[in-house]
Design a protein around this ligand. Structure first.
Ligand SMILES: *Cc1c(COP(=O)(O)O)cnc(C)c1O
Length: 222
């Protein structure tokens, strides 16, 4: 199947209220052009340098999402145009996004990355730390960075029950955070979870943004 066919197939499976972020990292501009030709307007990249190189070669109406780990010192490069930053994993990064957004006269939609998977990683807030950070309220001053929801990656396992449990933990965190801190902010509405192998399950557990790469573009050779 072609990239265009894959894109249409995944897109057709999404219920209303769930959007597709086509994860194009490591794929050449031609691959993105093919997806674009099939109607794709939302692309996800996870390396600043790669994104900076690709963007000028593609149409201007693309919504670029940054989905990977973002180093604080690189925020300034993408701040003028990035549509959403998915994996905000520290207060320091959120504050820097605020600073750079203000410099550009923008407000940048951000998602807080929650670590719910069983694998150890240095990225993502623990649910406890994330709730404490929200309760602290310092983020309310950082108006350039608009917190629009939660992002997570499920455990990298075949066990569907385990994956479902991870998504459910993130979903229940999202609901609690919304109730406690965003009750009068309808902009806090995004749940970014689900990749090529688990987006069906993610949708059943409240995902509003699925980040699908290899199912559309094929395997990546790193
Ligand atoms: C690469 C990546 C994806 C897409 O993974 P696939 O398995 O190719 O769909 C989704 N989210 C993040 C954060 C990624 O880095």
């Amino acid at each position: 199947m072609s990239i265009a066919e894959n894109y249409r197939l995944v897109e057709a499976q999404l219920p209303q209220g769930t959007r597709l972020v086509a994860v194009s990292k490591y794929h050449p501009v031609e691959a993105l052009e093919e997806a674009y030709g099939a109607g794709c307007r939302v692309f996800g990249e996870s390396h600043v340098q790669e994104l900076q190189a690709k963007r000028p070669q593609l149409p201007a109406d693309i919504e670029w999402h940054f989905i990977g780990h973002l180093q604080t010192n690189k925020v300034k490069y993408i701040a003028p145009y990035i549509a959403m930053i998915h994996a905000v994993d520290s207060p320091r990064l959120l504050q820097e996004i605020h600073r750079q957004a203000v410099r550009c006269g923008r407000q940048i939609p951000c998602l807080l990355e929650l670590h719910v998977a069983m694998e150890a990683t240095k990225y993502g807030f623990s649910p406890e730390d994330c709730m404490a950070f929200l309760a602290g309220g310092e983020w309310r001053k950082w108006t350039g960075a608009r917190i629009c929801g939660i992002m997570c990656m499920a455990s990298n396992v075949d066990d569907e029950e385990r994956i479902a449990a991870d998504f459910e933990r993130a979903a229940s965190f999202f609901r609690e955070a919304r109730e406690r801190f965003f009750a009068d902010d309808p902009g806090f509405c995004e749940c970014s979870w689900g990749m090529s192998h688990d987006y069906g399950l993610a949708i059943r557990h409240g995902s509003t943004l699925v980040r699908v790469g290899s199912k559309i573009f094929g395997p990546r050779d790193y």
